[in-house]
Design a protein around this ligand. Structure first.
Ligand code: NAD
Length: 305
């Protein structure tokens, strides 16, 4: 068996750590030696109300088990205050897990501006605010691990979750760019799309599934991704029920139309099957790789019709 992955000397912020997945992440990091900021606004699943009880309870659990933790009750929309709590309590910061979240589900035709704004504020602006406040600290020390929490609803879409899907997939874009900007400073940024029984999912999943989909099955992925030995960055994982898989973009080989003369919708229609044919598909991993067939077409005189 490999030796235990420890976080001694490391400071971790876990947002939304008063319940569900965040609580489990916080317990795991603390049990492995990290000093943890347990952030939670303590509101309801639709973003209503606030209370210190949720974060306090998890801090008590960590301390009772011999770990070190402090509570923070700010919204992730005030991310700088959460980072300040880490600095005040522990003097530094190494790991940020952007996990806090709520739902405001509604079919698109019934969705209000308020439903849209609140979800974007908590998920997207919240992760931005916390990560942005943490960024200069991580850059200065030349070390950092950041996790974004997206959702299958963001990756694949889900009926009644236009606001949530949009905000969640935006986090993947944020993580991909931060992974590139952070690389030279040893800041790794990855995204997880978890599935777990929690108060967010108990309204949509049957009780036996809620009981089986334990948050404990998600946290070990973070345990590895956030460890100093792990070199992974800019990646996206689906995780839950003991399954962990990595996602990447796939693009059909496609069809290049000859330049130097006009082409039309009819030409597109004529080549439609080839445009969508995933035989010999490609997996561009960055913008340069993505541009390769465009540049090749610009450089070729003619590919025929
Ligand atoms: P949960 O409701 O059990 O926990 C979320 C916590 O975030 C709550 O304690 C809540 O008080 C806190 N929170 C909400 N708004 C906050 C804010 N503005 N500032 C600080 N804290 C805030 O939910 P969960 O299922 O554990 O979800 C955790 C994350 O995982 C969320 O981002 C969610 O969208 C995502 N997710 C969960 C699932 C799942 O199957 N449970 C699936 C996909 C994505």
């Amino acid at each position: 068996m490999s030796s235990e992955l420890r976080y001694d000397g490391k400071v971790a912020i876990i947002t939304g750590a008063g319940n569900g997945l965040g609580r489990q992440h916080a317990l795991m990091f603390a049990a492995r030696g990290a000093r943890v900021v347990v952030n939670d606004l303590g509101g309801g699943i639709h973003g209503e109300g606030k209370s210190s009880a949720a974060a306090d309870k998890v801090v008590e659990e960590i301390r009772a088990a011999g770990g070190e933790a402090v509570a923070n009750y700010d919204s992730v929309e005030d991310g700088d205050r959460i980072v300040q709590t880490a600095l005040d309590a522990f003097g530094t910061l190494d790991i940020v897990v952007n996990n806090a979240g709520i739902l405001r589900d509604s079919s698109f035709h019934k969705m209000t501006q308020a439903d849209w704004d609140l979800i974007v504020r908590v998920h997207l602006h919240g992760a931005f605010r916390v990560s942005h406040a943490a960024w200069p600290i991580l850059r200065d020390k030349g070390y950092g691990r950041i996790i974004m929490t997206t959702s299958a609803a963001g990756i694949y879409g889900n009926f009644g979750q236009a606001n949530y899907s949009a905000a969640k997939l935006a986090l993947v874009g944020l993580a991909n760019t931060l992974a590139q900007e952070g690389r030279a400073k040893n800041i790794h940024v990855n995204t997880i799309a978890p599935i777990a029984g929690s108060r967010l999912t108990e309204t949509v999943l049957p009780p036996e599934l809620i009981a089986a989909l334990k948050p404990e099955y998600v946290s070990p992925l973070l345990g590895w991704l956030c460890h100093e030995d792990c070199k992974e960055s800019g990646s996206l994982f689906e995780v839950g029920a003991g399954y962990i898989g990595k996602l990447r973009w796939e693009r059909s080989k496609g069809r290049s139309l000859p330049l130097g003369r006009p082409f039309s919708a009819e030409d597109v229609a004529r080549h439609w099957a080839q445009i969508g044919d995933f035989t010999d598909a490609e997996h561009p991993g960055n913008i340069n790789e993505s541009m390769a067939p465009l540049l090749a077409n610009m450089n070729s005189k003619s590919l025929g019709g």
